[in-house]
Design a protein around this ligand. Sequence first.
Ligand SMILES: [Zn+2]
Length: 385
Amino acid sequence: MKRGINGNDIKRTNRGLFLKNIAIGKAISRMELAKLTGLTKMTAGNITQELISMGIIEECGPIYAGTTGPAPQKLCIAETAPKIIGVYISRDEIVFSIGTLSGDIIYKSNIPLLNETSDSITQKLIDGIKTTEKSQNDNILAIGVAMIGPIDSDGAIVDSPNFFGIKKLAVKNIIENCFPYPTVVCNDISAAAVAEHLKGGEKLSNFVFIGNANGLGAGIIQSGELMTSNDLFLGEFGHITIDINGEKCPCGNTGCLELYASHNVLLKRLSDAVGRKVTTEDFEVLSKNSKCDEIFTDTAEKLAAGMITMTNILRPEAFILGYDGYFLPNKYVNIIEDKINSLRFLKQDKRISVFKARLKANSAIFGSIAVVLREIFKGEILFNN
Ligand SMILES: [Zn+2]
């Protein structure tokens, strides 16, 4: 439902904004908060006091020591602040976590997925959330879910490839029917992009997060917001065609990027080259082998080709390599960055940087927490009443 902007909306938005700036460390004093939000010192002081009395933030020591008189106090998220349950549903496991309003994970467990039906996954989902919930003595505010797509507008996983042949898993409904918390669901790669955005202190406004595993997906942040289409997630980076006469892709098209450059394809090519099963731990050593170096370079060039296409359309400031893409040796990350910058259309633009995920291979786990934080920081969930 669309609402008009009224005084209450502004109040909620300001509280969300305050909390966000404290949580991501952008502003740590009343003075900085006033400056950043354009509010008067008095209003900033009042909102701060309100958040303190709600038990959400607390004063945690003077900002500088040794001054005479009362020193300004540093503000931080309070221990008593409510927590968020995160659920990350991938193709081979469900990861449950508890996150703080600062985005730190303080509890984590996982349940592997083996030969599942929609009933058995539903049971695992409910059991896992119950166990996670118990670890926090009822101080739960909401549940965030980062999950494989495609996702429909009701928050269900629909016809996801390689997902035990399950036609539909109504994740949002299942959780909301069993638990009293608001539930936010998001595609895992988009959630990972939101997590990287927050963890990076929102310094980048336009970037593309590339999740590289058995497929290739992109989470796109444009002007500081997650890009969606009719509220559905987008970014099928792996299905950019790089060879129209190429191999047939399960999606129906030919020559899709992920057939040539996904992490699983890279592992297979390297394994074939050295005659044994290769893992990410072997990458640095293998990069010194000339046959493997060629395979790594070829993969990097193909990834760059897809990223150049995205660059020409979106003009991002950066690409972040996440999931198993995090393990790509730096030499090839540099190759990708050089290729993009030398071959993109707008060469006069500022240099695009390509770097590995801050959250290493765990961006999606943090993402399940981050999608809830994103709503809270907009003034939703925590400040609705
Ligand atoms: Zn395809």
